[in-house]
Every structure is written in structure tokens, then in C-alpha cells.
Design a binder for this molecule. Structure first.
Ligand code: ZN
Ligand code: ZN
Length: 162
């Protein structure tokens, strides 16, 4: 399931270029970084650095592990990606051009389900206002078992009873 995209005026590549150029010490946009940005923004996904490295290698790209880790950190800083801490792992997903949403994480199959809730957004905004808190981000993940895994479990339990 993918939520509808949000209209943006710049391509992710242009936005990242602008970010690099605006640093106190401007940085060059390298070929490897371009491959990374294109690859990451070609589909909406929740991935960690190692999954990204494997997928890109399989797709025939040459990317160094150090470049991937460094570029992911910069993409987060440039607000193109957002970080998602799931247990001990760090996942990434599109922030730029993608609507605000929250997650449910299935602990059996690893699936990440996205949902939007106006009510949750209102609560977070109200709480921050009460505490005069200037929020820059948040992580809200519901852990548990998805519908399919639940069904599989019930079926297995039934079979065990026979
Ligand atoms: Zn599941
Ligand atoms: Zn997501």
C-alpha cells in the first residue's frame, strides 16, 4: 500500500544538490550520490542501509558502503528521507514528496503498514503547544501481528488441535 504523493516543486536530485551547495563548506554532488538518490526515489519503501546496499549491487550499481551511510545521513539532514527506529534497526523512507503518516510493524513477517490519522496529528500538535515544544519530528510505531500472520496463526492452532 502506498499513500498518495504530495506535489513538490523540485526533483529530489535538485533538492539534494541545493542542500549540498548550501552547506557551510559546499560539497560536490557525485555520480554515486546521484545513483543513490535516483534509486531510493524510484519507489516508496522502508529500508535499512544494508538492504539498500544489497539491492543496488543486485541492480548492477557500484556503491561503497561508506558512501551509502554518509549519503543516507545527509539525505535525512536535507529532509529528503526520514529515519525510523524499529527495535535496534534504523530504517529510512521518503519524507520529501510523501505525506505525513505513521506505522504498524508486524513482528512476524516484518511488514510495515502505513496509516494516516488526523486525530493523532491533532493530539501531537496540542501536546507540543501545551509544553511550548518546537517539534522537529517523532516516531510512532505500533508493534504486533498483521492480519495475514494472525490468520496463519489461527489456522496453525486449528491444525494442531486436529
Ligand atoms: Zn505479518
Ligand atoms: Zn512509511
Amino acid at each position: 500500500m502506498q499513500l498518495p504523493a504530495v506535489a513538490v516543486s523540485q526533483s529530489p536530485e535538485d533538492k539534494f544538490r541545493e542542500y549540498l551547495a548550501s552547506r557551510p563548506r559546499p560539497q560536490r554532488f557525485t555520480g554515486q550520490q546521484r545513483d543513490l538518490v535516483h534509486y531510493i526515489f524510484s519507489q516508496h519503501n522502508h529500508f535499512d542501509a544494508e538492504q539498500l546496499i544489497d539491492a543496488m549491487k543486485q541492480a548492477g550499481f557500484t556503491v561503497s558502503r561508506a558512501t551509502v551511510y554518509r549519503t543516507l545521513a545527509k539525505l535525512v539532514d536535507a529532509r529528503l528521507l526520514r529515519r525510523l527506529e524499529v527495535g535496534p534497526r534504523t530504517f529510512y523512507e521518503h519524507d520529501y514528496g510523501y505525506p505525513q503518516h505513521e506505522h504498524m510493524h508486524c513482528e512476524v513477517c516484518g511488514k510495515m503498514i502505513e496509516f494516516q490519522s488526523q486525530a493523532l496529528e491533532t493530539v501531537m500538535r496540542d501536546v507540543c503547544r501545551q509544553h511550548l515544544f518546537n517539534a522537529t519530528g517523532h516516531t510512532f510505531i505500533i508493534r504486533g501481528t498483521c492480519a495475514e500472520c494472525n490468520r496463519a496463526r489461527v489456522t496453525k492452532r486449528r491444525l494442531d488441535l486436529i
